[in-house]
Every structure is written in structure tokens, then in C-alpha cells.
Design a protein around this ligand. Structure first.
Ligand code: GAR
Length: 211
């Protein structure tokens, strides 16, 4: 730690446990970052309450208002808000929609997915749907992936992954809980690597520079 602090924008759609984990890591001095803005795609997302409690500016870009619109107005609106802040990294934290970031954020948008990409990912695979699909398929291993975002769902270059063993008596809830425990370690780790300038994108491969 102790590097220059980077500015984060966090995009979310739900409960905001991922946001809370980042807030807590920053509070404990484990992350060289500050969150300058939180944008939610729902006005009733509990993540907004968490952000306000932490004194972070919030905005809502309600996805339901853009249903059926495929001209990119939803992303445009988010980009408009982002442009008002000095942002180093955009962090998707349970954000359940496609977001096309402006060109200037290329290589500066991260997402976390609660499975091992390229399995159990893509459109429709979010939250508990992912864990249900893993159990339905009978996979023995699931996990967590942190990746950079490009213009296709869950496809961008992978930064870090951790495996989580599936137990015979797992339910979607028990599996989700063990996976989330790993999410809480992996996302701050990836953000800190970015803050230290140690992530080098080489096509699809991300190389981690040593200190
Ligand atoms: C997290 O488990 C995150 O990995 C997942 O949604 C949850 C958000 O929880 N993201 C996806 O499924 C993205 N495809 P939260 O709203 O409590 O942070």
C-alpha cells in the first residue's frame, strides 16, 4: 500500500455487498483508492443506501426507462455522468446490464463474475442464476473471475480467477456464500494491482508485473 490513490466509479444494480467490501477495504487502508461516484441502474438498490452512508455521491440511471432501446442511450447517460468526475477505473459491482464505456475508458473498466469464465457466463447469467446453473450442470468446481470489460458480456481479458469446490450438498445459496467470500478477496486484489500500475494488457492476456 501507500501508492497514489486512484479514483473509482462504481456501477451497481442491487444490494451493494461488493461496493461495501470495497468501501471497507479502503477504510482499513488496504486499497489505494477512493470512490468518487456510485451509479445505480435501479432507484431502489440498497447499494445506494450504502454509498450515501459512506458519504459518496450517487446517481440513478434507471434501466427500465431504456427498455427496448438499442441505440445506446442508457450507456450514453451513464457516460455523461462519469464525464463529470476524474475517474481512473470504473468498477462494475453487481451491475446487471451491458454498459458501453466511452473510448477514453478503454482498459479501465473491471467486472466481477461469480463463476469461472468462460463457463456459466454471458447474458442471463447473474447472481443466483449462475450458481443454479453450476449445480444443474453437475460441475465440481466453480469460482470467481475478475476481468476487464469489452463490448461483449463477460468476454474481456481475465485479470484474476479463484476456484471454489462444489460440495455434494450445495444449494445455490451455500455455493453463492462460499463464492462471495472469495469475491471479497479477489476484487480488492485486482483493483490494487491496477492502482499500482501492475496490470499489462497483451491482447487477451493480462500479465502481472512484479513490484
Ligand atoms: C455478486 O456476487 C457479483 O459477483 C454478481 O452479482 C453479485 C452482486 O451482489 N455479479 C454478476 O452476477 C455479474 N454477472 P451485490 O449487489 O450484493 O454486490
Amino acid at each position: 500500500m501507500g501508492a497514489k490513490k486512484i479514483n473509482l466509479a462504481v456501477l451497481l444494480s442491487g444490494g451493494g455487498r461488493t461496493l461495501q467490501n470495497i468501501i471497507d477495504h479502503i477504510g482499513e487502508g488496504k486499497l489505494d483508492a477512493r470512490i468518487v461516484v456510485v451509479i445505480s441502474s435501479r432507484d431502489d438498490a440498497y447499494g445506494l443506501v450504502r454509498a450515501k452512508k459512506a458519504g459518496i455521491e450517487t446517481h440513478v440511471v434507471s434501466h427500465k426507462l431504456y427498455k427496448g432501446d438499442d441505440t445506446g442511450k442508457f450507456s450514453l447517460e451513464i457516460n455523461k455522468i462519469l464525464s463529470r468526475y476524474p475517474i481512473d477505473l470504473i468498477v462494475m459491482a453487481g451491475f446487471m446490464h451491458i454498459f458501453k464505456a466511452d473510448e477514453r475508458y478503454k482498459g479501465r473498466v473491471m467486472n466481477i463474475h461469480p463463476a469461472l469464465i468462460p463457463s456459466f457466463c454471458g447474458k442471463g447469467y447473474y447472481g443466483h442464476h449462475v450458481h443454479q446453473a453450476v449445480l444443474d450442470y453437475g460441475a465440481k468446481v466453480s469460482g470467481v473471475t475478475v476481468h476487464f470489460v469489452d463490448d461483449v458480456y463477460d468476454r474481456g481479458p481475465i485479470i484474476l480467477q479463484t476456484a471454489v469446490a462444489v460440495k455434494d450438498d450445495d444449494t445455490p445459496d451455500t455455493l453463492a456464500a462460499r463464492v462471495f467470500e472469495q469475491e471479497c478477496n479477489l476484487y480488492p486484489k485486482a483493483i490494487q494491482l491496477f492502482a499500482e500500475g501492475r496490470l499489462e494488457i497483451k491482447g487477451r492476456r493480462i500479465c502481472i508485473r512484479s513490484k
